[in-house]
Design a protein around this ligand. Structure first.
Ligand code: TXA
Ligand code: MG
Length: 353
């Protein structure tokens, strides 16, 4: 398939190019586009044939449902039924933005989009190009992250090109994604609501917005029991993986650095090439002969979140076969960072003390 790469500036918005991409959506094609979280791979959410193409292009298992993106809060009403009491409060407070709400689906939403589930995930992104594309197409747009299934999500057009060139009609280049991690997925069919995937909106922000507690799915940081079916089907797959194996080391900073240095020596003695996923605070504590990449400043967890996927992809270019990754604090946006790192590591976590 021929893939066109279109650069669209936000300000002023290039309306002609946008109309061209919107027409491809209306015609049942695939358009990768920027959002504030990560790039999405979009198609008409109401057209089963178009949605099937998303699953094919990504190599995505057909039992993993898609998020439906809208450009106005009121558009959710046509996609869901039994809108829970929490819904309006959350939409007012967090939309547009990185929060996805799970609600019972209306009949217009095809089962292909929801992977057979009776619920649908809905989100109103805040990126101006995403909003404009949805508005122009006049349709709700189903969009998973625009990566090959299993790889780290794309935070810039280059990542999308690397994974999906030749498999989609259009890739819109709208610069780097600001948040860098996907949206928070919140199930509001239950009371209290439960976070199925931590993301751009933190549990603390949700509780403040709702004035009440939210639950957290127990599988977010620990390996779920094999017989426990996760409520968010996507969470059961190996995810966010660079080509190298990843091991997380947690504990106090000095002990983590010491442990990583011991592990480097051990693994190199066995002929392994080892890299370190470090932070600004620790990056100079490791041998300069090793590939050491900082994910950012520990005092700026948002910065670490924005860099994580980009950093994981960078290791692919270096050829290291093992990445020793420092754990970060798992509060605030750090919960989402640790969730993605834990998945990338296949739950392989070592305590340094
Ligand atoms: O930030 C984001 O959410 C990005 C951008 C493009 O909007 N999209 C994204 O989509 O991350 P995806 O497909 O990579 O992840 C969607 C997650 C999956 O874990 C999926 O299983 C879950 O949401 N999900 C979707 N519909 C669901 C449903 N009805 N019930 C439970 N989980 C659902
Ligand atoms: Mg994804």
């Amino acid at each position: 398939m021929k893939t066109e790469i279109i650069k669209i500036e936000k300000d002023p918005m290039d309306e002609d190019k946008l109309e061209y991409a919107a027409e491809v959506i209306r015609a049942g094609g695939l358009v990768a586009f920027p959002t504030e979280t990560v790039y999405g791979l979009g198609a008409n959410a109401l057209d089963e044939r178009a949605v099937k193409k998303i699953f094919e292009a990504k190599g995505r298992p057909s039992d993993n449902p898609l998020i439906v993106h809208i450009a106005q809060r009121s558009e959710a009403d046509g996609l869901v039924k039994n809108k829970p009491a929490y819904a309006s409060i959350l939409m007012e407070r967090f939309w547009p933005g990185p929060l996805t709400l799970i609600m019972d689906k209306a009949d217009v939403v095809p089962r292909t989009t929801t992977a057979g589930l009776g619920t649908v995930a809905v989100r109103m992104p805040s990126h101006p190009v995403a909003l404009a594309l949805i508005r122009r197409s006049g349709l709700p747009i189903a969009a998973p992250s625009a990566n090959t299934s299993g790889r780290p999500s794309p935070t810039c057009a280059r990542h999308v090109i690397d994974d999906l060139y030749g498999k989609v009609d259009i890739i819109i280049d709208g610069g780097s994604a600001a948040v860098g991690l996907e949206s928070t997925v919140l199930d509001i069919t239950v009371s209290p609501p439960v976070i199925l995937r931590p993301g751009g909106i933190t549990p603390e922000e949700l509780e403040k917005g709702l004035g009440s507690v939210v639950g957290i799915d127990p599988g977010l940081l620990r390996k779920p029991a094999p017989d426990l079916l996760p409520k968010s089907p996507g969470m059961k797959y190996k995810h966010y993986s660079p080509k190298a194996d990843v091991v997380i080391i947690e504990g106090t900073l000095e002990k983590v650095a010491a442990k990583i240095n011991t592990l480097i020596a051990e693994h190199e003695a066995g002929g392994m090439t080892v890299g370190v996923l470090a932070t600004d605070q620790t990056k100079n504590l490791y041998p300069s002969k090793n590939t050491v990449i900082s994910m950012g400043d520990r005092n700026s967890p948002e910065n670490i979140a924005a860099n994580l996927f980009k950093t994981l992809r960078k290791f692919d270019e270096t050829g290291v076969r093992l990445i020793l990754a420092e754990a970060v604090e798992n509060t605030g946006i750090g919960l989402a960072v640790m969730n993605r790192m834990t998945k990338a590591a296949g739950y392989n976590i070592i305590r340094a003390d």
